[in-house]
Design a binder for this molecule. Structure first.
Ligand SMILES: Cc1cc2nc3c(=O)[nH]c(=O)nc-3n(C[C@H](O)[C@H](O)[C@H](O)COP(=O)(O)OP(=O)(O)OC[C@H]3O[C@@H](n4cnc5c(N)ncnc54)[C@H](O)[C@@H]3O)c2cc1C
Length: 421
């Protein structure tokens, strides 16, 4: 066995780097990262811009986590948005706020966030070892003793913080190892499933509209005609279906209900208008340009990639003059503009999800310390715990806050153990 280390952190993502830097304030810390670089996933976040947190008020912020918000209350009370902004400011990463309270680095570069975190950890004295994949925890009954690497080497530790992330985007290094480590320590796991994942839509229409981004639209997720969830925002058509922030946000309930009834998305392209208002607008438009063809009128109403799809769905011959369009045909067009249905056929695989839902069951973790309730000296932080939120910077804030708490608690624990001896 190598020389005993006080705290070993597994995983060099946002949660692990924050935890390591905090723990290093009071103990020697070794951070083990399986990849050749720190923060590989972090560097991809926010389309390479890193939406690192959100300025939503605390209650609103927690609501974005659904039921798991309650568990995070303490971590957020200890290290929340203002603390994170000051933390990055202090590291030379000023931030800017965008629509919806989303916070980004002013440089618009996720690498700056990752590099600043790595600098922070190293400046705190954290020893970082890359290309080190932890395969097993070393346990003595209910006491953690260290970790074993996949090459068989063993590293002793008094406290171990598992911050290995989820199981999506596995090429970034987060391929679900932490779940196995937690299970080895006797922890229960909430079923792993994709969250914030694009949806597959039945039929050829998405392919015809591929690349089309719709902004400021409303989407309702419907099961057998009943609304399950709704939201406003931006969506994108892809070759298999739909993606974009609005769809990712609705994907949680979609994943849950797929295969349990007729699941549809109802898109409202004119959410600011009532049905009667829109109908009056369409009637005026058809009268004003009565000699133009229905198809050319649609071009004025819709993005180019939707024109033919909508024309086919109305059943109106594309060459029909506007002034011959009947009231029933106009009503069909109005309905399509405000209730454009897409049949949800499935979701993309976990590997393509932005976040993994499920994970280390929060019932077995003390939220005040992010400590295992089953094994002394064992801590968890970040996405591998069963907490997940919408897009908007919430997931990264959770990783930073739980990392902060786990790091501080681990150092308190090793200091207590030392004075006891
Ligand atoms: C494309 C994309 C965009 C995203 N954009 C945003 C966004 O803008 N805002 C937001 O809030 N969230 C975003 N997220 C989610 C966010 O990236 C994650 O929630 C966050 O990275 C989780 O942090 P973490 O530290 O828990 O895990 P990770 O960032 O996954 O880090 C875990 C680390 O542990 C390492 N590791 C794993 N197993 C082992 C092992 N056995 N031994 C050693 N090391 C190991 C991994 O290599 C990895 O470096 C995005 C996710 C994706 C995929």
């Amino acid at each position: 066995m190598s020389k005993p280390r006080q705290v070993v952190v597994i995983g060099g993502g946002p949660a692990g780097l924050m935890a390591a830097g905090q723990a290093a304030a009071g103990a020697p810390v070794l951070l083990l990262e399986r990849m050749g670089r720190l923060g590989t996933k972090l560097r991809l976040t926010g389309n390479g811009r890193c939406n690192l947190t959100n300025l939503a008020g605390q209650d609103d912020f927690l609501a974005h986590f659904g039921e798991s918000g309650l568990f995070l209350r303490n971590a957020f009370a200890r290290f929340f948005v203002p603390d994170l902004l000051a933390f990055f400011e202090g590291l030379g990463v000023p931030t800017v706020v965008e629509e919806g309270g989303r916070v980004f680095p002013a440089s618009n570069d996720a690498h700056d966030v990752a590099e600043a975190l790595a600098r922070f950890a190293r400046a705190q004295g954290v020893e970082v070892r890359l290309h080190c994949r932890v395969a097993r925890l070393l346990l003595d009954g209910n006491l953690v003793q260290g970790v074993a690497l996949d090459d068989g080497r063993q590293i002793a530790a008094e406290a171990v913080i598992v911050a290995t992330g989820g199981a999506s985007y596995p090429h970034t290094g987060s391929s679900g190892d932490g779940y196995r480590l937690a299970e080895q320590a006797g922890h229960r796991l909430a079923p792993i499933r994709p969250a914030l994942v694009p949806l597959a839509i039945a039929g050829p229409e998405p392919r015809a509209m591929m690349g089309l981004a719709l902004r400021d639209v409303e989407a309702r997720l419907m099961l057998d005609g009943q609304v399950l969830a709704r939201g406003l925002g931006e969506m994108l058509f892809t070759h298999y279906g739909v993606s974009g922030p609005l769809i990712l946000t609705l994907s949680g309930p979609a994943v849950e209900w797929i295969g349990r009834g007729r699941l549809e998305l109802a898109i409202n392209l004119r959410p600011a208008l009532g049905a009667e208002q829109l109908d009056a607008e369409l009637r005026a438009e058809l009268e004003r340009h009565g000699r133009r063809t229905f198809r050319s009128l649609l071009k004025a109403l819709l993005p180019a990639k939707m024109v033919d799809v909508v024309a086919v769905r109305t059943g109106v011959p594309p060459g029909k003059p506007g002034n011959q369009v009947t009231a029933a045909e106009r009503a069909r067009l109005r309905a399509l503009l405000q209730d454009f249905r897409l049949a949800v056929a499935g979701h993309r695989p976990l590997a393509e999800a932005m976040v993994t839902a499920g994970g280390v069951d929060t019932r077995d973790v003390d939220p005040l310390a992010m400590a295992s309730r089953l094994v002394k000296g064992l801590y968890f932080a970040g996405e591998l715990v069963d907490v997940q939120a919408d897009t908007g910077g919430f997931n990264l804030q959770a990783a930073f806050s739980t990392g902060y708490v786990a790091g501080r608690a681990a150092v308190d624990y090793v200091t207590r153990e030392e004075t006891r001896r």
